[in-house]
Design a protein around this ligand. Structure first.
Ligand SMILES: Cc1ncc(COP(=O)(O)O)c(C=O)c1O
Length: 397
């Protein structure tokens, strides 16, 4: 259902010295000699329609609170239809501050303290923090891994559902492993969720960044049952790189799930920002050429990363992701040797000896020690610098 890809926009990255002038977290977290690779933001210049929309707000001194904003529902609905063939009513789109706030507020309507919430590790580490904030317990049904290809483990999922899981926070596409779940798998999950009365909170923040040979299925569009058991969380913030603008969308398409969204405090809408809503609308409506060009760029980078990792003379495995801009690098055998020698953990070694900051695998779940996650949404110079620093660090220990 994907529209023809429309790669018309030149995607550029400023030189590192200029990137270092940025005020956002990525460029402030470490000293300038450290290459910061763990953050989920892209280094690309913003899409021109987004810049124009933000500039027009500024020029009009229009920086007040976010009020009614139907344009965003319309924008997401148009994008969902042309990109994924998903017929979505703009009225079913509600705005929230960010995906984290949206998931937490939805969960607050359906869980009590101590309840079980399912995740599938290795997974975006803030899911653990959200569950902690809700004073609930994590139920992990880890993904199945075979040769670094990951899939849902339905046996473990059903076991968890049967033991009382109330909400399943699904990550589709999956961060950090870059997997995209099939329509059949999502429909199967929906059937189990109906049987055991589990709400699926489907975090689809990375959905616009699925590579061409893969098909993203929105959970709510995977079957008629999925519509009854799921609430989806979408956002333009990852794919158009506007996370600091604070705006995400929650979607429910069934009377029961709509009533959950209607119960959450209205402040969740107004705590999003006008800048976020305006920029997200410009993203969904006017920045598709930019998105397609970014996907082309990321496509080259994901393979380039693999090629230069292979040129390092170290046992590092990497499976090209189906979505997103993370390299999930398997360095378990190196990590094992380091721990036998009582050395520091891998990411600490990379930081101290290679001057590169990475996201340590153990953040994403108990079985991921020895993996690292690096972000390749940057220039080829920075990707090459990152791999070279990994090489320098490993040669030093
Ligand atoms: C899967 C996933 N969900 C949510 C988020 C955070 O989104 P937000 O800033 O909208 O809470 C991220 C950020 O990287 C993510 O990877």
């Amino acid at each position: 259902m994907t529209d023809a890809f429309n790669e018309v926009v030149k995607i550029s990255v400023q030189p590192k010295l200029l990137l270092q002038n940025r005020k956002s977290e990525k460029w402030r977290a470490f000293d300038p000699e450290i290459l910061p690779m763990p953050f989920a933001v892209m280094d690309y210049d913003l899409a021109q329609p987004i810049k124009d929309a933000l500039t027009s707000l500024v020029n009009n001194s229009d920086a007040g609170y976010l009020g009614k904003f139907p344009e965003l529902g319309e924008g997401l609905s148009g994008f969902a239809k042309s990109r994924w063939g998903w017929e979505l009513s703009p009225d079913d789109v509600k705005i929230c501050t960010d995906v984290g706030v949206g998931v937490i507020e939805v969960c607050r309507q359906v869980v009590r303290s101590g309840d079980l919430i399912m995740v599938n590790t290795p997974v975006y580490y803030n899911f653990f923090n959200w569950i902690k904030e809700l004073k609930c317990q994590i139920y992990d049904a880890p993904l199945i891994e075979q040769d670094l290809k990951y899939s849902l483990n339905f046996l473990e999922i059903e076991k968890g559902y049967a033991s009382g899981v109330k909400v399943h926070i699904l990550c589709n596409p999956h961060n950090p492993v870059g997997a995209v779940f099939s329509k059949d798998d999502l429909a199967k999950l929906a059937e189990l969720a109906l049987k055991y009365k589990v709400l699926i909170a489907s975090d689809e923040i990375h959905a616009p960044l699925v590579y061409r040979e893969n098909t993203f299925t929105p959970f709510l569009n995977s079957s008629s049952i999925a519509k009854q058991v799921g609430i989806a969380f979408l956002s333009a913030t990852k794919s158009w790189n506007i996370a600091g603008l604070k705006c995400a969308q929650m979607v429910a398409v069934d009377p029961k799930t709509r009533s959950i969204l209607n119960q959450i405090p209205t402040a969740v809408h107004s705590r999003a920002s006008l800048f976020g809503a305006v920029a997200s609308t410009a993203a969904y409506q006017d920045s598709i050429g930019w998105l397609d060009s970014v996907i082309t760029e990321l496509d080259k980078s994901r393979f380039h990363l693999g090629k230069i990792i292979n040129q390092l003379d170290f046992p590092i495995s990497y499976c090209i992701p189906d979505a997103g801009y993370f390299g999930w690098l398997d360095m378990r055998s190196i990590n094992l040797k380091l721990s036998e020698k009582n050395q520091f953990e891998l990411s600490e070694i990379l930081l101290s000896h290679g001057k590169i900051a990475v996201a340590p695998g153990k953040l994403y779940g108990p079985s991921s020690a020895g993996f690292i996650r690096i972000n390749f949404a940057t220039s080829s110079e920075i990707i090459e610098d990152a791999v070279s620093r990994i090489g320098v660090a490993l040669s030093a220990v």
